[in-house]
Structure formats: structure tokens, C-alpha cells
Design a protein around this ligand. Structure first.
Ligand code: PMP
Length: 408
């Protein structure tokens, strides 16, 4: 583990970690669902609320200009953080779900027709399945899902074979939230380019782990949420290739997304505002910018190295528990560990470990096709973040031993 990475200092930035749960110190192992915010994020939003709150883009008064500068400043930080080509390609949304729905409503509905296909994988989050189902229902296109291998990797041979002249879009996750699998995006990107098919990446689980460079990935759309990256809820981003975004119709109408409105006809604003109808989540965007700066100050490579080493240690420690099975054993994994315990329902695991002060997630993780693939109703999932430490892992192991005492 990196010695330069001062875990005590990293933890001290997160006030949530200082609270107790059922009288015990909190061991927070649920950042894949939503990560806590550091003080710098909370303070950035607090400063905005106390000193600058106003609406953006509309007023000439000083506060409105300050709010606009802060909101557009956050967009500039996002551009840098993911290495987008320009801020015209950075669209603020409510989250990953809304970002994918934007593409499904705007691009897919205007581009798909009967007989076309959208290719996804069996390990997608519902947010990268249902919007395509809706678009397919509206256009007569078909949704095709590439299968998994038993270890939770994508079956690339089958994926390749499912690409056909009818494939109009490929939409894949970068990291599976239910299994931790990291998908081979370079290979998928090569296939997409070779066949001239636009492709979208769901980056919800990848954005907080290591460096995301959308130009290096080469995808046409990249979606993520602020709250998985130590930012607030209610903010996310769609990065889109400018030429594609230019060709797409707006998906929501209202203020800010227009240049001019007459009763008979309206003209659209330029990118990125064409896709940002109405007053945007200004405070949340500012919070996201602060979260990205916080992550940059810790060092994204340093965070990733810390998390990977701790996840390997955690998997080893968990496997010493009798009857514990890790679901998803891909060669390349993010720090997400899904598991089952023989003879114990995952919800019972979650309830007992909660009483020990350990927060993990149990359920289908909004990835029901993954559960179906493994023939499981649910799994328990521990996910690590920049502040996770060995104590968290020990607390989880001890809590699971307690589960075994209670239920076996
Ligand atoms: N995709 C993946 C892989 C996710 O893990 C999540 C969140 N669990 C989402 C999409 C949806 O993100 P949000 O709810 O923030 O829109």
C-alpha cells in the first residue's frame, strides 16, 4: 500500500465517518451506492447558499453573475477532470440515469427505426437497460444483450458476434455495480469504430476509481453521477461528441435551452445549454466541481492504488469465512465485492451487520439480469472508497462472523 497515502488525513475530511450507528462507530462500505461528501464540498455549497445564491444566465445583477460564473466554472472543472474536448460537450443532468435517458429520448428516438438493434450487456444497471427498452418500444427497434462468463466477465466472443449491420448503438457500463467487473472498453471501442457504430459508456461506477479520460476511451457518450464521486445527489453529467450533440433534437423544452421563442416556432440555444432546460441544479454543480478538486488533491492514481490493495486484502479476509462466496471474480475488478453466505438471506446479512455499525448494501443492486444469471435473489455488497481502511475490513469480517453465529 502506498506510504504517501495518509489514510487518517483522508478520513478526517469526511464528517459522516465520525458518526456512530447503533452506538458503534460507522464503517461505511456502501460508496458504490452513494459516497459521503468531504467538508470542502459541503462548504462550497454552503458558501454559494450564503453569499451567491441567485439564478444563472439571466440576471445582470452581481449575484446572478457570480452564480453563473460558479456554475460555468464547475463545467470547466468537469471538462478537465474527464478530459472532454470542450465545455460544449459537458451537459449537466440530474445523474447517470437522466444522462442515459437524454440519449435514449433524443438521439435514439430520432435515429432508430424498425429492425434496428441496440446492443448492451447482461451486466448493465437498470439505468442502462430500461431507457433503451422504452426507445425500442417507441421505434420498433430491438434490444440485444451480450451474455456473461461465469466469472462475471463479458463474453467478448459473443459480444463480437452480436454486432450486425442492424446494430445502431452500443451501450455498456465501464464497471459493473453488482460484480465489480471492469469491461474491456478499448476492445469494445475498436469494434464500435470498425463498424461505425456510436457507443455510450455508463461511467457511474468508474468515475471515482482511477482516471477517466473520455478522449482516450473514444466513446461518443459518457454518463456519470456526482454522488458516486463524493459530490451531492441531484447532479450528473453527460459528455457527448459535439457533432452528435449538434445533430440531436432537444429532449426537454423550457427556459435556458432556447435562443428565441415565438408562439409558432422556437430556436434552440447552443451547446451545452440546448440540453439544459429550466433552472439547473446550481448548488449541486458547484458541489460536484469541489468534489472533483478534492479527488484531484488526493491524486486519482494514489486513490486507485490504495483501493485496489485494500480490496485484494478484503477479498482474502472474507474468503476465510466459512460458506462465503464472492460473486464476480473477473481478472480486472473495481473495489466492489458482492458475496453470499451459505444458508443466510442477504437481507439478514445486511440487517445484522448494520447492528454492528457496518453499512453494506444488499439486494439486486438494480441489476436484476445479473442476479438471474447467477440464479440468486440478491447479494450482499461491500464497496470501498478513498477513505476505506483495514479497520473497515476487520469490522465487516467480525460482523459477518456475528451473522454466522445468529443464523447458523
Ligand atoms: N449505472 C450504474 C453502473 C450504477 O451503479 C448506477 C447507480 N447505482 C447508475 C447507473 C444510476 O445512477 P444514478 O442513480 O445516480 O442516476
Amino acid at each position: 500500500m502506498s506510504t504517501a497515502y495518509n489514510i487518517a488525513q483522508v478520513r478526517s475530511a469526511f464528517p459522516l465517518l465520525r458518526r456512530t450507528v447503533h452506538g458503534k462507530p460507522l464503517a461505511y462500505l456502501d460508496s458504490a451506492a452513494s459516497a459521503p461528501m468531504p467538508t470542502s464540498v459541503i462548504e462550497a455549497m454552503d458558501r454559494y447558499a450564503k453569499h451567491h445564491h441567485s439564478n444563472v444566465h439571466r440576471g445582470v445583477h452581481l449575484l446572478s453573475q457570480e452564480a453563473t460564473d460558479a456554475y460555468e466554472g464547475a463545467r470547466t472543472i468537469v471538462r478537465r477532470f474527464v478530459n472532454a474536448r470542450s465545455t460544449r460537450e459537458v451537459i449537466f443532468t440530474r445523474g447517470t440515469t437522466e444522462a442515459i435517458n437524454l440519449v435514449a429520448q433524443s438521439w435514439a428516438r430520432s435515429s432508430l427505426s424498425s429492425g434496428d438493434e441496440v446492443l448492451i450487456t447482461h451486466m448493465e444497471h437498470h439505468a442502462n437497460i430500461v431507457p433503451w427498452q422504452l426507445a425500442c418500444q417507441a421505434t420498433g427497434a430491438r434490444l440485444v444483450a451480450a451474455p456473461l462468463l461465469p466469472n462475471g466477465e463479458l463474453d467478448m466472443e459473443r459480444f463480437r458476434a452480436l454486432i450486425s449491420p442492424r446494430t445502431r448503438l452500443i451501450a455498456v457500463t465501464q464497471v459493473s455495480n453488482a460484480l465489480g467487473t471492469i469491461l474491456p472498453l478499448s476492445e469494445i471501442g475498436l469494434l464500435a469504430r470498425e463498424h461505425g457504430i456510436p457507443w455510450l459508456v455508463d461511467g457511474a461506477q468508474a468515475i471515482a476509481h482511477g482516471i477517466v479520460d473520455v478522449q482516450a476511451i473514444g466513446c461518443d457518450f459518457y454518463a456519470f453521477s456526482g454522488h458516486k464521486l463524493y459530490g451531492p445527489t441531484g447532479i450528473g453529467v453527460l459528455i457527448g461528441r459535439e457533432a452528435l450533440l449538434e445533430s440531436m433534437p432537444p429532449w426537454q423544452g423550457g427556459g435556458d435551452m432556447i435562443r428565441s421563442v415565438r408562439i409558432e416556432h422556437s430556436e434552440w440555444n447552443e451547446l451545452p445549454w440546448k440540453f439544459e432546460a429550466g433552472t439547473p441544479p446550481i448548488a449541486a454543480a458547484i458541489g460536484l466541481g469541489a468534489a472533483m478538486e478534492h479527488v484531484e488533491s488526493l491524486g486519482r492514481e494514489a486513490i486507485a492504488a490504495h483501493e485496489i490493495a485494500l480490496a485484494q486484502h478484503a477479498e482474502k479476509a472474507l474468503l476465510e469465512i466459512d460458506g462465503l462466496r464472492i460473486i464476480g471474480t473477473a481478472a480486472h475488478k473495481a473495489p466492489v465485492i458482492s458475496f453470499t453466505l451459505d444458508g443466510v438471506h442477504p437481507h439478514d446479512i445486511g440487517t445484522v451487520v448494520d447492528l454492528e455499525g457496518v453499512a453494506i448494501r444488499t439486494g439486486h443492486h438494480c441489476a436484476m439480469p445479473v442476479m438471474e444469471f447467477y440464479g440468486l435473489p440478491a447479494t450482499a455488497r461491500a464497496s470501498l472508497a478513498c477513505f476505506s481502511n483495514e479497520d473497515d475490513v476487520q469490522r465487516l469480517v467480525a460482523a459477518l462472523r456475528r451473522v454466522c453465529e445468529v443464523f447458523r
